[in-house]
Design a protein. Sequence first.
Length: 347
Amino acid sequence: MKRILPVIFAIVLILCFAAGGAFFLWLRSELETPYYGAPKPVTYIEIARGTNTGQIADLLLEHGLLHSRIPFILYVRYLDMGHRIQAGEYEFAYAATPKQIAQRLIQGDVSYRSVTVPEGLTVRETIELLSRNGFGSLEEMSALLSRTDWALEWDAEAQNLEGYLFPETYRFGRIASAEEVLKAMVDQFHANMQKIQQTQPLPPGWSIRQIVILASMIEKEVRYAEEGPLVASALVNRLKRRIPLSCDATIIYAMKLAGTYRGNLSKSDLKMDSPYNTYTRLNLPPGPICNPGANSIRAALDPAETDYLYYVSRNDGTHQFSKDLRSHNQAVDKYQKSLRRGNKSKN
């Protein structure tokens, strides 16, 4: 018996080494072999905050992204990377090894959809753009435009979110709700407004609401950012002198609300009975006419110091500014004639 025990021990030891070696070879093969067994060409998984390594492995296995859960778990735990895995929605469309999947989760390679919302869109135009890009239905987003509680901190008089859907390039998860999208845009306005005010505080006597209304007018009137402070100056000077702002963009906005705008203005449109008609009414219009960007907000907060009261388009994206009506009429005559001559030459 004493002779047999060492032999048995040796055999067990050999078997253990053999099993360990076989397991190591299997583990190495599993870690380095790409696998994709999902039933669809593209599959998505959502990793919530606080999900542990075992739960993540189960999720990956359930969706056909792992051949076996053990190699993934051992790899992540051996390298102590579990706490570095980032929450979010991930897209998988090709075979990958457990190591590659772990690295993606650690890097936070989350699946996003991007959308660029340009400056100067109205809230209606903004939600139409978002809807076309798959971020919600028009009906749902239209209802959310009444969530003025989101803007209550800086505008207690807001009737809707006009002016507060900040133009920016956004990235949202595939399953982001319409409410999450619009709330993110309002939050972005808040963040940018706070940042801008660090260097350009509110002028005395002005509220954020008034600044946004003025900025929205500047946004629609200006093509080049360097002219923003000049247009702001002319508008503010007219406000101080109790002169109607006579801004075409406010009438266009009123016509858009009424569904009558067809791409141009006529002289009769300038007599439109609307609180947004700044030809017939003094002061700022009753609300923003679009969603202004950062440059227009800065211009509204810090207008140039000039005596300008008038400006007219030079038909090249820039404006001719004037201090008095006579000079303005001469500029209008010059550039309107130039425009008419250009139109005739095309006919």
